[in-house]
Design a protein. Structure first.
Length: 553
């Protein structure tokens, strides 16, 4: 037996690359090209394969280590026969004499071995192709490594503009000799991207016409390949169904697709079908995903169209710069999180909104009276009164503070009343939660809400301050508007929206009298709350606000 060192191969110019996963253990029997470790840069992951068949005898790294090209990370024990075979370099036999070209018609002249070898050894620099007018496009992923054989259509790198990413094919079949770009490079049309040792021409590879048996066999193989291609072809409608199926799968942040054990060919196949490999169960060694696993996953989706769901068509990607000057600014973290949560809530919760109008004439008069007192340290707005009334209504209708279980088969009732209040900050909306609203006075609610709103605007609100809400409140009264449809903040099942109150003439049976009317919008999860329950809740809340003396009963 012979020991061979395991070293890090060419990383395309990347340095200090982190080890994020070790796929083998000491004593494991592995084959050549089977992945041993997974490395990750800030833009891509790459699996490092074994160069030989053998047994892992030692590993000198751990997860989190940083490696460079050429670093040794372990040893592999190989057989003596393989060690000898490893040192043997095959020789290309070249005949000493060649038949004269004059002895054959020009159409039947076969290329000499020298011609084949010279052509096979031709190295070409492959440039970046047309990028559709884009310039200085960033390299975000290298999809091949030095020494890898590629076909003309195989993607070798991924480029990304501020609007889209694109995979760039090799353009010719051959073997990768050198990768001329590194992650983060900016490239334009015509820039050199790889050195490729091109494959022999089709003329050199074609067998002589004087061998009919071979021709017949080739024809059979071509026919089989054609039939196989027809049998495995997937229509655009079917691919859409597959991608739709993945769109409705639950997100799994703990298992992103780039952590899956799969080779480049399998990943390429998955990309062609639009498959997220984290959803595919691997049947290979140590859970490795094979081509057959991807194909079986596709079949299962196509055979169960109901599981695929309806999917969502993508919004067209428009180059707005064609129509005039533009400026692109990234969304901040708060707006990105809000967009993600609101989209998930809108897609998963069947929402209905109940609109009502509440007479708060007496409430407003009392509020102004309290604020006018010199001893009043905390000025009151209408919101604390609404929160107190909401707490009483939630006790009367406990399903409004409940949540649906993850499997959708039971309702979780909460024995506490916590209300989240949307606060407008310079960076976007935040929703601090006021706890045990039912047990606090209106003044205490106002003080706590003021403190948390100040922290939110200063960017000092902690994550714990925004968790545990039973129902949310969003007030736009200070800005304006007649009505709006707030989105339920799942897993809550309801949210109340307040618009601007205004004086309106109200008929009392004999005369029109001026009343201050507050428009309210109650959005609710129709899986938990039906329309009649929502109407009763809204009317009960309105009655409490119209005569706040009921809050002390």
């Amino acid at each position: 037996m012979t020991m061979e060192s395991l070293t890090v191969p060419d990383l395309g110019g990347a340095e200090q690359v982190e080890v994020i996963e070790i796929l083998v253990a000491i004593g494991d029997q592995i084959s050549a090209e089977e992945s041993i470790i997974v490395l990750e840069t800030d833009k891509a992951t790459m699996e490092i394969p074994s160069p030989l068949d053998g047994v892992i005898s030692s590993l000198s790294i751990k997860v989190g280590d940083k490696l460079n090209e050429g670093d040794q990370y372990g040893e592999i024990e190989i057989s003596s026969q393989e060690a000898e075979a490893k040192d043997i370099k095959p020789q290309q036999a070249i005949p000493e004499t060649e038949p004269s070209a004059e002895a054959k018609p020009s159409s039947e002249v076969e290329p000499s071995a020298e011609t084949v070898v010279a052509e096979a050894n031709q190295v070409e620099i492959i440039p970046v192709p047309d990028l559709g007018g884009s310039d200085q496009v960033e390299v975000i992923e290298l999809l091949v490594k030095v020494g890898e054989d590629v076909d003309a259509e195989q993607s070798v790198l991924t480029l990304e503009t501020d609007k889209a990413s694109m995979e760039i094919p090799a353009g010719k079949a051959g073997r990768i000799e050198k990768i001329l770009l590194t992650l983060g490079d900016k490239v334009s049309v015509g820039d050199a991207m790889i050195e490729l040792r091109v494959a022999p021409s089709e003329i050199a590879a074609t067998p002589p016409a004087s061998k009919p048996e071979q021709s017949t066999e080739d024809s059979s193989e071509n026919g089989a390949e054609k039939n196989g291609a027809e049998n495995s072809a997937v229509s655009k409608t079917q691919v859409t169904a597959i991608q739709s199926h993945q769109a409705v799968q639950p997100a799994n942040d703990n298992q992103p697709s780039n952590q899956v054990h799969a080779g480049p060919a399998v990943r390429k196949l998955a990309r062609e079908f639009g498959i997220d490999l984290s959803l595919v169960k691997g049947s290979g060694v140590r859970g490795r995903v094979t081509k057959e696993d991807v194909q079986d996953h596709v079949k299962s989706v196509l055979q169960n169209p109901q599981a695929a769901g309806v999917g969502l068509p993508k919004v067209a990607d428009v180059d707005f710069s064609k129509f005039g000057e533009i400026e692109s600014l990234p969304l901040n973290k708060i707006k990105l999180a809000t967009a993600k949560n609101m989209t998930a809530a809108w897609l998963n919760v069947p929402q209905v909104t109940q609109f009502d109008q509440v007479d708060i004439t007496e409430l407003e008069a009392f509020r102004k009276q309290v604020n006018a007192k010199p001893s009043s340290e905390q000025k009151l707005s209408a919101v604390p009164f609404v929160m107190k009334a909401l707490a009483a209504a939630m006790k009367q209708f406990p399903q409004f503070s409940a949540s649906l279980s993850a499997d959708g088969k039971s309702l979780i009732y909460k024995k506490y009343i916590h209300i989240g209040v949307a606060v407008d900050t310079p960076n976007g909306l935040l929703v601090p939660v006021i706890r045990d609203v039912d047990q606090k006075s209106i003044t205490q609610i106002a003080q706590e809400l003021s403190n948390k709103a100040e922290k939110a605007r200063a960017g000092k609100l902690g994550l714990a301050d925004m968790q545990g809400g039973c129902l949310s409140l969003s007030s736009l009264g200070g800005i304006g508007g007649a009505a709006f449809t707030p989105i339920v903040n799942a897993p809550e099942v309801a949210i109340l929206g307040l618009s601007r109150a205004e004086m309106k003439p109200v008929w009392n049976g004999s005369d029109f009298v001026p009343k201050l009317i507050l428009p309210i919008s109650l959005s609710y999860d129709h899986r938990v709350i039906d329309g009649a329950e929502a109407a009763r809740f809204s009317q009960y809340l309105a009655a409490l606000l119209e005569d706040i003396r009921h809050l002390i009963l």
